[in-house]
Design a protein around this ligand. Structure first.
Ligand code: KG4
Ligand code: ZN
Length: 363
């Protein structure tokens, strides 16, 4: 069902709007200032890789404390670099979930404080919507509806993006997310943290067909994902001592690519079967920064007579511009939030989606 939302009257050039975006849902503290023409006026990001590396993954408590220390200096830096002060800004957008709740609370409460102090509207942004709308920041001619493969560290979904705030989830993962599988594979192979880019680099030196690995769910009717079995197969291959590390990394990455292509094809056929046409096949989220996955997805999109739209890698992984942009898309539709809006650890984009069957299904 396509729900009509009030749309901007585009006959006249819309007035300039500036939105400040704050992101703190995982291990990146990020701030950006974006305008409604898609200009990223300034953006800064403080990564916490060094803090979490000894633990091989993100420690929520450490992440939240680091956001407290880093957010305010980053806001100052972005405003100074843009030669703006808070009175020049039209709205404050902050991630309100889903994510590690301590970090989300730090960013959201900071956004509320700025909103209250400067009398500017607050926009509570769903982090997933940040990823889902960023392709429209990177490519201003991308119109709704589009089919989105959203592949991050916490989520692996296929969504029909119908409008701002209007999503239909066609698929999700029944266990791990794709990025999570990259991170776990990196840990098994001793490639360190963060795992995705490390596996991509190691895979460059290996043979993608050297290690037989499963392609979970590729015969299932619904386009859902599963990566837990693949991770276990990687562990077994590594423990067998039969294979080179680079060959395991390359074969793992190839298995993931095959699953993404197969599942996306199923989703494209599903919407075609329902008579729904889309303007593009779009990828977003941290794993979409992987350059090896793009050629296979371009080919798939071409087979369905669609362009593949993918933001540049730095806009795929978490950043402040994606939150500022999603805030801007909401702001120009009048979607403003009250200061009583809660932080949410879980916050599905499509609350009406049918539950996927399987253990540990993610929203
Ligand atoms: O979107 P994101 O920055 O944070 C979440 O919202 O989860 O995604 C982070 C995930 C991590 O699991 C990371 O390993 C993965 O994206 N990732 C990659 C690459 N860069 C980041 N996975 C594969 N290849 C990459 N180059
Ligand atoms: Zn993310």
């Amino acid at each position: 069902m396509i729900v009509a939302l009030p749309s901007l009257m585009m006959a006249e050039k819309p007035p300039m709007a500036l939105v400040l975006g704050l992101e703190s849902s995982c291990d990146e503290t990020a701030v950006a200032l974006v305008d409604n023409n898609g200009n990223i006026i300034s953006h800064h990001l403080a990564t916490q890789e060094i803090l979490h590396r000894p633990y091989g993954g993100v420690v929520p408590e450490i992440a939240a404390r680091a956001h407290v220390e880093r957010l305010e200096p980053l806001i100052r830096k972005v405003l100074n670099e843009s030669d703006k002060n808070l009175t020049d800004i039209d709205a404050i957008a902050a991630t309100a979930g889903p994510g590690l709740i301590g970090g989300v609370m730090v960013g959201l409460v900071t956004g509320k404080a700025l909103s209250l102090a400067c009398n500017k509207p607050l926009i509570a942004v769903n982090h997933l919507e940040g990823h889902a709308l960023t392709p429209r920041l990177a490519n201003q001619s991308l119109n709704f509806p589009y089919l989105l493969l959203l592949i991050s560290g916490g989520h692996c979904q296929i969504l029909l993006v119908q409008n701002v705030g209007v999503y239909r989830r066609l698929a999700t993962t029944i266990d791990d997310a794709g990025g999570e599988a990259f991170d776990k594979t990196a840990k098994i192979l001793g490639l360190g943290f963060p795992g995705g880019p490390a596996v991509e680099q190691e895979a460059l030196k290996g043979d993608p067909h050297a290690v037989p690995l499963p392609r979970p769910l590729i015969h299932s009717q619904e386009p859902h994902f599963s990566f837990a079995g693949l991770k276990t197969a990687v562990l077994r291959a590594h423990q067998s001592g039969q294979y080179k590390r680079a060959d395991i990394a390359a074969s793992f990455q190839q298995a993931v690519i095959d699953c993404l292509v197969n599942r996306s094809q199923k989703a494209l056929k599903k919407i075609e079967g329902e008579g729904i046409s889309v303007n593009a096949f779009v990828i977003a989220g941290g794993m979409a920064a992987n350059t090896a996955i793009r050629p296979a997805l371009i080919k798939l999109a071409e087979e369905h007579h669609l362009p593949l739209v993918a933001p540049p890698p730095w806009l795929c992984t978490d950043n402040g511009a994606m939150i500022a942009w999603a805030g801007l898309e909401r702001f120009r539709l009048g979607m403003i939030d009250g200061l009583d809006i809660p932080a949410k650890a879980r916050w599905p984009l499509d609350p009406y989606a049918e539950k996927a069957r399987g253990a540990g299904v993610k929203a």
